[in-house]
Write a protein that binds this ligand. Structure first.
Ligand code: CA
Length: 418
């Protein structure tokens, strides 16, 4: 399959991808929904007006002239697939309808450089899992020793906490260094001040399409029907605040000052060719968590750092989404097993995705082993944790045969505390 638009082989956005996002023109416009194609945004409000989606379940309903994807996400997989088929047909090099309609192309194809991306989804609730065994083992052994690295529950259920949706921000938003209570090792009482141990967490998150009613769990074999797509997530973390506050109820102010997500939502349909077998689960999970088939995805992830002296992004970690021990269907089933209701637009993040190798760890905490082994940058600088002025970028893609299905990136620059 090929588009009539020239898309470079290493582009994240070929016709096989078509991720959804919300954009505004830089010259000023109402927010609109589009899909990414090469260096363009296909403005779906234009195609919708022209009746391209009339034969889908959408009929004449207008769902794309909105400031979020929520309405479209609530429609369910059959409609998502119909719209994808319409788009792939309209944008293919074999279809003369759009290809040779210069007037329509002029208004439907927006150069990405002419637009700003907005938060694609109105996120009502956000939960963050802790599903990488390597990450949980690394952090656990740092704080409790190697023998007690994994808590006794970890291999039996996907551990998570409820995060905060209000501070989820779009890639490119600058992150102000948070302040809080910190208790230094040898002192009896805490002090207040800017965090000295500001960290990132390499994560991905999936977004809920149709939700469930309260009291009605979603079985693991139906979980997929409720998942619209996936974004990159950076769960910014203040490790010194976290160490002091986290017992006994878990993360709070160390995490909820900001969480960044990438602007393009890659659909499960686009990720279908990249399913792989996940890690073996031993002991066998309880019946309600037993998922069938290949539920992991081969998504290559990369973290890079730019500083005031290190202008060229320097890669500090390479990981993969497939390392996750608990898969997204298990996470969703577990989240609802007690009757908890998920709603359209909810974000369920994976937890830090660390791989087995030292250069595949998903946080500074692990990469520098609590600051013991600083990262050395080509500029001559060293980093134990993030400094003011640093920019941290996460990118990810799946490698197809001659094309990539990519997520673009999620990036954030650290600003000084007040
Ligand atoms: Ca996290």
């Amino acid at each position: 399959m090929k588009s009539f638009i020239d898309v470079k082989p290493d582009s994240h956005f070929p016709i096989q991808n078509l991720p959804y996002g919300v954009f505004k023109l830089k010259i000023g416009s109402e927010p609109a929904i589009g899909v990414a194609l090469g260096d363009y945004i296909v403005d779906l409000t234009v195609l919708e007006k022209k009746g391209f989606f009339e034969k889908t379940n959408l009929g004449n309903e207008r769902v794309f002239n909105r400031s979020s994807l929520n309405n479209f996400m609530s429609k369910g997989r059959q409609t998502w697939r119909q719209v994808r088929t319409v788009l792939q047909t309209a944008l293919s090099d074999e279809n003369p309808l759009l290809r040779y309609d210069e007037d329509l192309k002029k208004i439907a194809l927006v150069p990405m450089e002419d637009a700003n991306m907005c938060l694609p989804v109105e996120i009502g609730d956000y939960s963050d899992f802790y599903s990488s065994k390597e990450h949980a083992t690394n952090v656990g052994s740092m704080f409790r020793g190697k023998e007690n690295a994994l808590m006794p529950n970890w291999l039996h259920l996907p551990v998570a906490y409820h995060g905060r949706a209000s501070s989820i921000v779009i890639s490119g938003t600058e992150i102000k260094r948070p302040s809080g209570q910190v208790k230094l090792g040898n002192s009896d009482s805490p002090v207040f001040g800017p965090t000295k141990l500001l960290d990132f967490e390499l994560e991905m998150g999936f977004l809920i399409g149709p939700g469930n009613s309260i009291g009605k769990p979603i079985p693991v074999d139906k979980a997929y029907d409720h998942i619209f797509g996936i974004v990159l997530v950076n769960d910014w973390s203040a490790r010194d605040i976290q160490t002091w506050e986290y017992q006994p109820l878990g993360p709070f102010l160390a995490k909820n000052f900001a969480t960044s997500i990438s602007p393009w939502v890659v659909t499960m349909e686009a990720l279908e060719p990249f399913r792989v077998t996940g890690p073996e689960q031993e002991p066998e999970p309880l019946q309600y968590l037993k998922s069938k088939g290949d539920q992991a995805y081969d998504i290559k992830l990369e973290v890079s750092l730019t500083t005031q002296n290190q202008k060229k992004p320097f890669v500090i970690s390479k990981s993969n989404f497939k390392y996750l021990y608990w898969n997204i269907c298990q996470q969703l089933a577990h989240h609802t097993i007690n009757g908890c209701n998920l709603r359209t637009g909810d974000l369920l993040a994976s937890g830090t995705i660390s791989g087995p190798a030292k250069d595949s760890y998903g946080s500074m905490l692990e990469l520098t082993w609590r600051g013991e082994n600083p990262i050395k940058l080509p500029s001559g600088e060293e980093r134990k944790f993030l400094h003011d002025g640093d920019t941290l970028t996460i990118s990810g893609y799946c490698r197809g045969d001659g094309y990539r299905v990519g997520f673009g990136e999620v990036s954030g620059k650290i600003l000084p505390a007040n």
